[in-house]
Design a protein around this ligand. Structure first.
Ligand code: DUC
Ligand code: ZN
Ligand code: ZN
Length: 468
């Protein structure tokens, strides 16, 4: 089956040009000025539209058990939401059970992934250190194509590992061609600040932010980077939320640490004041790290523009407002940490980045597709538009507008973080490996068509930094 996309404006991380795209068997096989429609070809007219590479969201928590509950989206609702929002590949976090090997745990997650609509991979979380873990790392990379893991410096008793464990794991991971994602917050200090706050009767959601101040993130970020430096290993700092933590990334990059960094749409657009909304509306915005004072946003956007931040990931960790977020109505420490974002990440970064003049079209493609593909071993199969790439494409009308509302969303959540925001630019079609899976805002692809992503080893850290 041949598909031709005619008359669109192709946007990659480096170029913008008008051309037609020929797709055969799910792969881009030609790009030229004009293809005349062959009788056996499906022709899609993209006049007046951008053609972007599909978004790659490397930070999702679908079907994720956490804090005595579990996220509201599974691989069915979550990947439908992703597709509707222009995301054609995800990398989801696993969550190991106590005493389970990484390899056994992975098989369970691969089973869950089979219901995906789009392509999917996994980062293996390591929350329990033992010698077996170190032995499993090369097997994960060589035999399973799992070339990233994740460590937490917070959530003691559930996920947190200590510095010595981090060092050993990072070192072995680096030797095995694996990049380590790190959640950088000082869990011990945070736990003490929470205890102090509750003892004083300070239980409202704003205290979630006050008990996780920027210093707890920047200290842990600096420490994680020092550990990676000592271990001579690549590291990916997830969800950088504030200027102080970003500064630690800049300093480490200057020293030659193999670091890449991510921020999330909510840190770019929302701020700490949402945690003071009345009637427990504030509970919807509880995530970790917390939303920060507004002035940080400008520095995060500048970090994207300069290349210091190479990826925007959603940290899609959705909980229902009724029944999940409300568990913490009387105690902020009981509100499950996490917000939905997968369905809107593409639009939010485009609108507030490109339309509002903060980043170029090419930089948008870099952080939403090319950067994550390069960092996580998916390039050059995913992450751009070129001959030999999978035909994962988003057709986008920059002149149409829409208003975000939870009433018209695929994600299984009873609210939307960006409710009421007007976005200029709409997704008209999404193709995954050449197959149309979204048309005019409706998901038309079938569940279970997504493929597991066996990823390349990470030998060199991706960097596009122009100035520090
Ligand atoms: N932060 C969240 O908000 N949710 C999931 C885990 C995390 O790190
Ligand atoms: Zn995290
Ligand atoms: Zn996360």
């Amino acid at each position: 089956m041949k598909t031709i996309i005619q008359n669109g404006t192709i946007v990659t991380a480096t170029d913008i040009y008008k051309a037609d795209i020929l797709i055969e068997n799910g792969v881009i096989t030609g790009i030229t000025n004009h293809y005349s429609a062959a009788p056996d070809a499906n022709v899609i007219d993209a006049s007046g539209q951008y053609v972007f590479p599909g978004g790659i969201d490397v930070h999702t928590h679908l079907a994720w058990p956490f804090q005595s509950t579990g996220t509201a989206d599974d691989f069915v609702s979550g990947t439908r939401a992703a597709a509707a929002g222009g995301i054609t590949s995800i990398i989801n976090f696993t969550n190991p059970k106590k005493g389970q090997t990484l390899l056994d745990n992975l098989q369970e997650w691969k089973k869950k992934g089979e219901s995906s609509l789009i392509d999917y991979g996994f980062h293996s979380i390591i929350s329990e250190y033992n010698e077996h873990v170190l032995e499993e790392l090369p097997i994960l990379a060589d035999k399973e194509g799992i070339t990233s893991i994740k460590l937490f410096m917070a959530y003691k008793g559930e996920l947190m590992v200590n510095d010595r464990e981090m060092y050993k794991i990072l070192k072995r991971a680096g030797e095995a061609g694996i990049i380590t994602n790190v959640h950088a917050e000082n869990g011990d200090i945070i736990d003490e600040l929470i205890a102090e706050s509750l003892a004083k009767g300070n239980t409202e959601p704003i205290y979630h932010a006050y008990t996780r101040p920027p210093i707890t993130e920047s200290e842990a970020t600096g420490r994680a980077l020092a550990i990676a430096e000592a271990a001579n290993a690549p590291i990916y700092i997830v969800h950088v939320s504030c200027a102080d933590a970003l500064q630690k990334v800049a300093e480490a990059k200057k020293r030659g640490v193999q670091v890449t960094a991510e921020t999330c749409p909510h840190y770019l657009v929302l701020d700490e004041s949402y945690l003071e909304l009345p009637d427990f509306e504030s509970g919807k915005y509880v995530c970790s790290p917390p939303l920060r004072e507004k002035w940080n946003q400008d520095l995060l956007w500048k970090g994207i523009a300069s290349g210091l931040i190479s990826t925007v990931g959603s940290d899609h960790c959705p909980f229902l407002f009724e029944g999940q977020k409300t568990l913490g109505r009387d105690n902020f420490a009981k509100i499950p940490n996490g917000v939905p974002g997968l369905e809107d990440i593409f639009s939010i970064v485009y609108h507030f980045g490109v339309n509002e003049g903060r980043i170029s079209l090419q930089k948008f493609v870099e952080v939403i597709s090319t950067g994550p593909a390069k960092t996580f071993g998916l390039y050059p199969k995913k992450g751009s538009i070129g001959i030999g790439f999978d035909a994962d494409l988003v057709l986008f009308n920059p002149n149409a507008s829409r208003v975000i509302t939870h009433k018209k969303q695929y994600q299984n959540v009873d609210y939307n973080l960006y409710e009421g925001m007007e976005i200029k630019g709409t997704i008209t079609r999404v193709l995954s490996r050449g197959e149309e899976i979204v048309r005019d805002g409706y998901v038309i692809g079938e569940q279970g068509r997504g493929k597991f992503l066996f990823r390349n080893k990470v030998s060199k850290v991706h960097s596009t930094v122009s100035a520090i």
